[in-house]
Design a protein around this ligand. Sequence first.
Ligand code: ADP
Ligand code: MG
Length: 395
Amino acid sequence: MSFTQFNLDSRLNAAIKRAGFIKPTPIQTSAIPLALAGHDLIGTAQTGTGKTAAFVLPILQKLLKVPGKRTRALIITPTRELAEQIHQTIGLFSTGTKIRSVAIYGGVGANPQIEALRRGAEIIVACPGRLLDHMQNKHANLGTIETLVLDEADRMLDMGFLPDIKRILRQVPKQRQTMLFSATFPQEIVQLASQTTNNPKRVSIGIVRPAHTVDHTLFPVPHHLKKQLLIRILDQTDTKSILIFTRTKHRAQNLLKKIKRTKYKVTSLHGDRTQGQRRQALNGFKNGKYQIMVATDIASRGLDIDGISHVINYDMPATADAYIHRIGRTGRAQRTGEAYTFMTPDDLVLVQKIEKIMKEKLPKKTLSDFDYTVPKPENQQKPRKRQPRTVTSQR
Ligand code: ADP
Ligand code: MG
């Protein structure tokens, strides 16, 4: 199978070549012909399998085949980083055409987006909240949309975007093509799919399991020795590109400070950082300025960062799904990667769940030169006052 079999516009074929894509991935092989034929689609495939091109190429083909200067495609995605990434992919594939795309998301000034919308864009890539703002202020008009994509649908529901999505959909013509992509397919997605798609074709690649190119290792460790163990592991690892996940943004910030005191170049990505800081962190991590990025789960879905060698779950993820998404950041597009997970006695149940999904027991590793018996320091043994619950996001 090669891309030429899709009979795409020659400009798209040239761009595919420039991108270095030689063979379509399995999800692309199945989804692209169906999308080109105008079918509604529900696509499930694990992360890193090439879902973006699977919807971007058919959209561009459709726009090139029957030209028209109005907003014709809407792609809704959960995070700002993803919106930016998809927008860039569109830019890459549409080089040499007149197709314009605009990325709409919060955390940055609205004016440049309003300007871009005013100048006109055939494709809008948007996060729900900011798009609604632009719709309310009449800066975005969705009345001419022909193709709708819901990317990372499961993630959007997790993040509580369902009401926003429903409000957006009320303004999108019913007569349209809809493609819904999701890494997992729980009941809520089934429902969303039945509400948004019409006679959809299902495209699902394998069961949702982490890339086979990832090796998983559990590191049993008492809670109070996590930091020391992490530093020891970093010292024994080729620290070119390591993504470390913590449970909360507070813990991410603490760990960042600790690693900063070592020789490693480190940054962080979490919900307390401004959009500018998040972009700077991500770019610096991508281009090698930082060897290590400490992140919360906002970084775990869909982000495409090349060449991450290690994902370290400093804190166990909250669910088995979250585990799969986190380690989907490594071993992408046939590269190999390592997934290290710190495991305290509290994490046993979750580990068993993950092993069930993986259909294998994950190997455990202890470092022979690390003292696991160091007791908790006195001051940490005192019962701490419980932190009051806050309504703000912990991520
Ligand atoms: P997903 O949305 O399924 O998580 P992406 O669309 O982000 O995956 O693609 C993951 C990575 O694979 C990206 O770096 C992308 O450029 C690359 N990729 C996608 N399709 C191909 C292909 N046909 N050949 C080579 N690399 C590809
Ligand atoms: Mg994706």
